[in-house]
Design a protein around this ligand. Sequence first.
Ligand SMILES: [Zn+2]
Length: 336
Amino acid sequence: METSSKVCQSCSESRASVIESSDVPTQPYHLCVPCHERLLSSSLRPIEWYNLAVIHSPMNFWLHDDFYEEDGEATQPEEDVIVTEKDLAPSLEDVQEDVEALIDFAITRWSLEEDVLDALKNHHKTKILESIKPRFIQTETYEIKSRMLDIARDVLGSEASEWIRELWIHDDGELLIDLSEATASCLPASEGLPLVFRKLEALTDKEKNACVASCLYRFRSPIVLPWIEKNCRTFHGNWGLLAAVSYPTWEMMKSWLNKGRPLSLVALDSMEACANEGRHLIIAKYKPQILETVVSEIEPVIKGYLQQDSVPRVKNKSEWILDDKDIIFTSNTRIC
Ligand SMILES: [Zn+2]
């Protein structure tokens, strides 16, 4: 524990005389003695939790949801927490007219919900961009950087294109999923996809399997399909999920079944995923189908593959696909 000469980050009133380590070693808490005691006993008042969450994110160990509700109420305090009117954390209504206060509020949310997004959309995009860029640079907290990219993704779109381009130049890979998601919203797919592809291709197969769907599904681009064909070297369910939302055609599914593993397993997963809204949120959201299907070919092709590869996984998937073929397949072509 060291001493500090700043104002307390928690109460914003007293001089900070204590430095307490946080999850980010270079950005510790600067606190007065009473706030430090309340931090360590999980007994912060709502406004104190809020002020700290703006700086350190509500995911920081001392502030996370085991200890506090999203309005800053302590859920398992070791000391009595006395809360008067002035100790309450601001509500969305309190902050929605002021863009800086609203972005502070967005940082303190566990996830970015529609009500906060709608409030942000009422402000000029240039003002929001001017606020989130320096916040991104000044923090080393991953969750806050990620939230700035969420705002670019869900609110700014092409307004943030130059910023997203700059971030790719300096990207160290730590924010790959968040940056890829923002790229899908902020840059044209023809420009954004090659940036994401290049990063993914540098990963190990295991790393690629873990993040490929998260990085690419938002593009919803058929350009992703030939890339999958070239880059999927070991099977993982994420590849099938990604292919399902990237406008796959029946011709491609047949081709992948013919190529054998791992692509044949990706094709089966992709077909089966189209009927599995309950298991995958993105399937429920997009309701994808296998396009341009020659319906009379489905059964002979699936059963033909099963004869070559009859392990239980293939057998089960094949049965599910044939049972749900009316949901999975369409003779339609892509409707843009
Ligand atoms: Zn204090």
